[in-house]
Ligand binder design. Structure first.
Ligand code: GSH
Length: 201
């Protein structure tokens, strides 16, 4: 059985929780306090961060790497595109998310960020999200009509917009409707920790 060491408020951990619930197989989630990491996390992850996935002798870290492993191990429903060209494009998009959005999410999650860097991170996230609004004028999900790993990757950020004090203008409404579509999925609802539920009224 897979065991996920997961931060109850950690957006990266939530990604892996979403994938586990989408697959509907047996797994165990161990809640970890991100602000008081137990020593065994540093033994499993040299970067001493959550999430960490353990399955027998395999120990993985980095949410996107964990998620691709779960997707390959339990192929139904498949979350990465099956076809190599689309699959590599999906990986490029995941890389872009990390570089342009989640680097700023990490600033907002860090206890050592100062006000100037927090303000800068909020603006950068807002600007980058506005750029992807037009995608949802034409399609239901990030890559088309199917829910994929890209939707998994971005959902925890969209859930936290209010919590991070990021306001989007009216023109972002297709993106916010898309977010509601993600939040209404049964696996998404199951993935939420009590602390995450409390982030949105
Ligand atoms: N790129 C990593 C980011 C993971 C990450 O930053 N996790 C945070 C919690 S949300 C963490 O464990 N922070 C503890 C620390 O840095 O001390 C991933 O995708 O898994």
């Amino acid at each position: 059985m897979m065991t996920l060491y997961s931060g109850t408020t950690c957006p990266f951990s939530q990604r892996s929780r979403i994938v586990l619930y989408e697959k509907g197989m047996d797994f165990q989630i161990i809640d970890v306090d991100v602000f008081n990491l137990p020593e065994d996390i540093s033994l499993m992850n040299p970067y001493n961060r959550l999430p960490v996935l353990v399955e027998r002798e395999l120990i993985l870290h980095e949410s996107n790497i964990i998620n691709e492993y779960i997707d390959e191990r339990f192929p139904h429903p498949q979350l990465m595109p099956a076809e190599p060209v689309m699959r590599s494009r999906a990986r490029l998009f995941l890389f872009r998310f990390e570089t342009e959005l989640f680097t700023h999410v990490s600033t907002l999650e860090s206890t050592s960020s100062n006000k100037a860097s927090i303000d800068k991170a909020r603006m950068a996230i807002r600007d980058n999200l506005l750029q992807i609004v037009p995608v949802f004028a034409k399609q239901k999900y990030m890559l088309g009509e199917d829910f994929t790993m890209l939707d998994v990757a971005i959902a925890p950020l969209l859930w936290r917009l209010e919590h991070y004090q990021i306001q989007l203008p009216k023109q972002a409404s297709p993106l916010l409707k898309y977010a509601e579509r993600l939040f209404s999925r049964p696996a998404y609802i199951d993935s939420l920790s009590p602390a995450e539920k409390a982030m949105r009224k």
